[in-house]
Structure formats: C-alpha cells, structure tokens
Ligand binder design. Structure first.
Ligand code: ADP
Ligand code: MG
Length: 260
C-alpha cells in the first residue's frame, strides 16, 4: 500500500478538500483507497458523511493502541473508498505520547496492519508541524503539499521542507516529495497567476501541472457529506481534481499505478 501524507502547516490551504477529492478521484480511477483523517477537527470525516456521533473508534484509538486498523475503518458512500475517521481527542496526542519512545512511529506501525486490502492510503494532516504531522511523514513514502495561490504561499513552504529534511535524516530516509498542488486559483485575479509563476520558478517540476481553481461547488459539497466529485462531478473543481488524480497516478511507483 503506497502511503501519501497531505500536509502543510498552514490552515485553510485546501488539504482536506484535496484529501477528500483525490481519494475519490483515485477510487474512481480504480484504486482501492484508504483515507486516514488525522486532523482533530475531523473535517475529512464530516465531508465524507461520517457523523460525529458515530465515530466511537477513530484514528485516536488507532495510534494509542486502543483499536486495530480493521476496527476503526469505515466504508464511505464512494465505492472503493474507506476512511479512518478522526475525533477531537486526537488533539491531546502530543501530551499523551510525550514519554513514549515510539511516539513518532505509531501511525506507521498501525498502517502496517493493512495487509493488501488497499492500493493506496492518503493521510489528511492537521495545520501544524507537531507530532501528528510527524507521524504522517514517518508513515508515508511521499508527501503532497497543497499550496494556496495567494501572496504568502511560499512563506512557510521552506519551514515545511526543513521538517521533511529532519524527518528524512532521523526517522524516514525514504520520504520523497510527490508534488506541490496549487489550489484556489482565481483566473480573474492577477495575483493568483503571479503566485503560480513564482512557485514554478522556485520549485519547478515538483509542481503538478493541474491547478485547482477556486470553485464554490468544492466548498459546498462537504455540507452534504459528499465529495465534490460525487456532489457535482462536472463542476470545474471536480474536473480539476479528477485530472490531478490522474497526474498523481502517473507519479506513483509502477506497482501501485498498475492497479488503476
Ligand atoms: P485545510 O484542510 O488546509 O485547512 P480546506 O480544504 O478545509 O483546507 O479548505 C479551507 C476552506 O476553503 C474550506 O471551507 C473549503 O471548503 C474551501 N476550499 C478549499 N479549496 C477550495 C477551492 N478550490 N475553491 C473554493 N473553496 C475551497
Ligand atoms: Mg483540513
């Protein structure tokens, strides 16, 4: 199972929207997908229709040893897409695991229980570089970074890349950067275009060709408990996420891509 962390310590840049719609796009393309909601806010769980009250078992139990992977996984309304939901108690993890020597490896060890049921796993990270994101980076073979097309987009990216270097040096030498996805692009706004150009000039090939436009359908869909790709699969946002899913598959190792 190929594992990809979706991370950026900034909030509101499109991590969860990308996690939900890429997970759906990859499932539509034929891959068996597991989405791990690793943000205490649980937005990915809500956005996929998993009710707050029905999350007795969640990613919290998974990494504190209270439950096995097969006990916390839930099916979604999307065929081939399962989710490990998140709950608020995940926010206490930093304190709870402070004395545990293996605290950065908890998610990695939990996902090792997967045994062939899924081709790919996406991990939706919280907006910080704390222990949860570190766990996701240790558990993953690569990282996808959503970057909002706004003035401060590049600020913060260097800090994130520095964290990736530290994780590589000490915890997960195999971690690579799968790509940077530009999100919330507004073609009527010249700043958006400028930011897209600047980002390409600085990080070049790492940036996915597909740009995600600002599209109100993408922000409406979660309130219906559906991925935009299901809620309105023909809106520009959905089409972009489908294109990004295909581009992502093109960057996966042969063994995973072949399943699509
Ligand atoms: P993060 O997970 O990084 O905090 P979200 O994916 O939750 O970011 O996005 C933040 C807000 O912006 C949400 O309300 C979401 O619905 C909205 N949003 C995200 N991407 C888009 C987009 N391309 N167009 C319009 N709204 C978007
Ligand atoms: Mg989020």
């Amino acid at each position: 199972m190929n594992r990809i962390a979706i991370a950026n310590q900034k909030g509101g840049v499109g991590k969860t929207t990308s996690a939900i719609n890429l997970a759906t796009g990859l499932a539509v393309a034929g891959l068996r997908v597991l989405l791990v909601d690793f943000d205490p806010q649980g937005n990915a769980s809500t956005g996929l229709g998993i009710d707050q009250t029905s999350r007795a078992k969640s990613s919290y139990q998974l990494i504190t040893g209270g439950a096995r992977l097969d006990e916390v996984v839930r099916a979604t309304s999307v065929p081939k897409l399962d989710i490990v939901p998140a709950t608020q108690d995940l926010s206490a993890i930093e304190v709870e695991l402070v004395d545990e020597a293996d605290r950065a490896h908890r998610l990695s060890a939990a996902l090792d229980q997967a045994d062939g049921r899924w081709d790919i796993c996406l991990i939706d990270c919280p907006p910080s570089l704390g222990l949860l994101t570190i766990n996701a980076l240790v558990a993953s073979s690569s990282l996808l970074v959503p970057l909002q097309c706004e003035f401060f987009a590049l600020e913060g990216l260097s800090q994130l890349l520095h964290t990736v270097e530290r994780v590589r040096a000490r915890l997960n030498p195999d971690l690579t950067i799968l790509g940077i996805a530009l999100t919330m692009y507004d073609r009527r706004n010249r700043l958006s275009e400028q930011v897209a150009q600047d980002v390409r000039a600085v990080i070049g090939d790492l940036v996915f060709k597909t740009i995600i436009p600002r599209n109100v359908r993408l922000s409406e869909a979660p309130s219906h408990g559906l991925p935009a790709l299901v809620y309105d699969h023909r809106c520009p946002g959905s089409e972009a996420y489908m294109a990004l899913s295909r581009e992502l598959i093109g960057r996966l190792p042969q063994t995973t891509a072949a399943a699509a």
